[in-house]
Write a protein that binds this ligand. Structure first.
Ligand code: PLP
Length: 484
């Protein structure tokens, strides 16, 4: 259906659209979006992001008059969306992928058009119950007890912020200056940001060394805690990683849980990348100890393949989360205890409806398909890591613990660390430039590591074969250049 020419009413104060206009506009958007998704395999894995000049030309004052939707969609889909990392691409193996399942977009559309108020239970009880169900499904997958409560956030970073604030509130109360936090050198940078937001300054965040597999050294952790206690400080929180972003390392969660329990400290596990592997019973041993955490970051926009905008936090003793956030106001209904109430467990009052995209995606696919897809991503990573380890010139630094592996280049003519770092950077760039897969590296200490992370639901065996072939060809070219 074409979009009617005059979708806007002649009365300038009337913003309502006719049913026909709404249908036509919706169909136009769905048509463009689905065509875009259908063309993903042909799109370059990284669009042309050399767009500073374009961005300068895009600056404009707020338009006085409205413009037709068609023209706006043309510019979005033809000019602006392609000039980005193609994070939806089946070949997206950079950073931590996810993909963005289509049902979540439908849920967002429903949530936005019906626009119900899910901040407090009384305003939309059945809808809030759907969100509560979705949180309980995550809780069960993670092996957390019935006392646990959760919160959907906009991402893993905001989950971390709420976790640190909850731990601080429980352990330090008003005495926050003496409190100290422990995280490995490989911990995500959002931990330091979240600590600062939660009132814990930089000089109270300790960086613990890692072993050869990039996992936190528990002895060093214990020593650091003891030193701080001796100095009169108050160690209250260990943040460990269930899959680091750099190399995919899983810290010794069980040993850290033991130490935290012995020390009377809160143990938060950052599972933004890796937690959803715990949804697959066969893979649980890889994350042994995870269910013992006091709190856990999950990122459904990674491991549940949702579009960006959904993280989650689980807190073992739900009362600790509630103690941080619960409050009342004369203009609100009184708090109730029987049902989940997002505003009592999170910092927001008015909010979107993040639970619906989680709920609808899971109801539509079912948990079995999710488990199959997650398990397949790990199997693909194991297969690819094995093949990449055999490529001449490539040395494996981190075999996949979950679905991420890291490596660097060595060889004749690449005798110095500097030359190896340059060659590894070049390897990532050459592979990405070929347009079929996108890979990124990470500076880890002195070394620049290449890495491959398999976590988009769209990534299947064919893309991994391409990735291995392109790594092999690019490595050969770089070695030939280094020898010459
Ligand atoms: C992605 C990630 C984060 C941050 O989560 P966002 O959703 O990007 O805010 C934190 N920790 C790890 C290990 C991650 O992979």
């Amino acid at each position: 259906m074409p979009i009617p020419p005059n979708v806007l009413a002649s009365d300038p104060a009337d913003l309502e659209l006719s049913p026909d206009a709404m249908r036509a506009m919706g169909e136009a958007v769905v048509h463009r979006a689905v065509a875009h998704l259908a063309s993903l395999p042909e799109q370059p894995s990284r669009g042309d992001v050399d767009a500073a000049a374009l961005c300068r030309t895009m600056r404009e004052p707020a338009p006085e008059e409205g413009a037709p939707l068609d023209g706006l969609l043309d510019r979005l889909f033809d000019e602006w969306i392609p000039r980005s990392f193609t994070t939806t691409s089946p070949g997206y193996l950079a950073y931590i992928p996810g993909g963005g399942v289509y049902p979540a977009a439908l849920a967002d559309f429903i949530a936005d058009t019906t626009n119900r108020y899910t901040g407090i239970w009384q305003a939309a009880p059945a809808l809030v119950q759907l969100e509560a169900n979705a949180l309980e499904w995550l809780r069960d997958w993670m092996g957390f007890p019935a006392t646990a409560r959760g919160l959907f956030t906009t991402g893993g970073s905001m989950a971390m912020f709420n976790a640190i604030a909850a731990a601080r509130e429980r352990h330090l109360g008003p005495e926050i200056r003496r409190g100290t936090i422990y995280v490995s050198t490989q911990g995500h940078h959002c931990i330091a940001k979240a600590a600062r937001l939660a009132g814990i300054a930089h000089d109270r965040v300790r960086s613990i060394p890692v072993d050869a597999a990039y996992r936190m050294q528990v002895d060093a952790l214990a020593a650091s805690i003891a030193a701080d206690r001796a100095a009169g400080l108050e160690p209250f929180l260990v943040v460990s990683s269930a899959g680091t972003t750099n190399t995919g390392a899983v810290d010794p969660l069980d040993a850290i849980a033991d130490l935290a329990a012995h020390e009377g400290m809160w143990h938060h596990v950052d599972g933004a990348y890796g937690a959803f592997f715990h949804a697959v019973p066969d893979l649980r041993p890889l994350l042994a100890g995870l269910p013992r955490a006091d709190s856990l970051t999950l990122d459904p926009h990674k491991g549940m393949f949702l579009p960006y905008g959904t993280g989650a936090l689980l807190v073992r003793d739900g009362e600790a989360l509630r103690a941080l956030h619960s409050s009342t106001a004369g203009y609100l209904p009184p708090n109730q205890d029987e049902f989940h109430d997002p505003a009592q467990y999170g910092p927001e009052l008015s909010r979107g409806f993040p639970g619906l995209r989680v709920w609808l995606s899971l109801k539509l696919y079912g948990a079995a398909r999710y488990r199959a897809a997650i398990a397949e991503k790990r199997a693909l990573a194991l297969w690819a890591a094995d093949a990449v380890a055999r490529i001449p010139g490539i040395v494996m630094d981190a075999a996949p613990q979950l679905s991420l592996f890291a490596f660097h280049m060595e060889g004749p003519g690449l005798g110095t660390l500097e030359a190896q770092n340059r060659a590894t950077r070049d390897l990532m760039e050459q592979v990405t430039r070929r347009g079929k897969v996108m890979v990124t590296g990470a500076q880890v200490g002195e070394r620049f590591l290449g890495r491959v992370c398999v976590l988009s639901f769209r990534t299947r065996r064919a893309e991994m074969e391409t990735a291995v072939a392109h790594l092999r060809e690019a490595a050969a070219a770089i070695l030939a250049g280094a020898r010459a």
